[in-house]
Design a protein around this ligand. Structure first.
Ligand SMILES: *[C@@H]1O[C@H](CO)[C@@H](O)[C@H](O)[C@H]1NC(C)=O
Length: 144
């Protein structure tokens, strides 16, 4: 009897160890769940709308390529680099608000945003919105 329990436990342990090895060995699944939500960002709406909201960040993190909606709130970015959003092929909304330190956008910050249809920039230190001609969107209903 006790030997049976012992062997069942052994089998269970064995299974757990195998599953653990499978988990760490299998490639990262990027289809449905966000694997890494950037620090200081909230991804609670990821499953429904692929939304990432980041608060009070100084540096733009790497965003998951499936991100569709991005909110940058009360950030302390001084600039937004060239191709900052270039890997976000399905991005459709970018909002930047309440960033007084944001003073410049690189000429190509919003370069190559094929599905960018809504973009909002509110209460930033930007004296102007430069280089509108550098925003390339294939959407006819692009709204700024
Ligand atoms: C982008 O959207 C298309 C259509 O919904 C989807 O098939 C594709 O997997 C998405 N790409 C990424 C990187 O999420």
């Amino acid at each position: 009897m006790s030997e049976d329990i012992h062997s069942v436990m052994y089998l269970k342990m064995n299974l757990i160890i195998r599953m653990f090895i499978l988990c760490i060995a299998s490639p990262v699944n990027t289809t449905d769940n966000i694997d890494v939500c950037p620090t200081s960002c909230d991804c609670t709406k990821w499953d429904s709308t692929k939304t990432v909201s980041c608060f009070e960040i100084d540096v733009l993190p790497a965003f998951h390529p499936s991100t569709k909606e991005l909110w940058l709130v009360e950030t302390r970015l001084t600039s937004i680099s060239q191709d900052a959003f270039a890997n976000l092929i399905n991005i459709s909304h970018i909002y930047i608000s309440d960033d007084e330190s944001l003073r410049s956008l690189e000429r190509h910050s919003f370069h190559k945003l094929p599905k960018a249809i809504h973009m909002g920039i509110f209460n930033t230190g930007l004296p102007s919105f430069p280089a509108l001609g550098q925003i390339h969107s294939s959407q006819d209903d692009f709204i700024l």
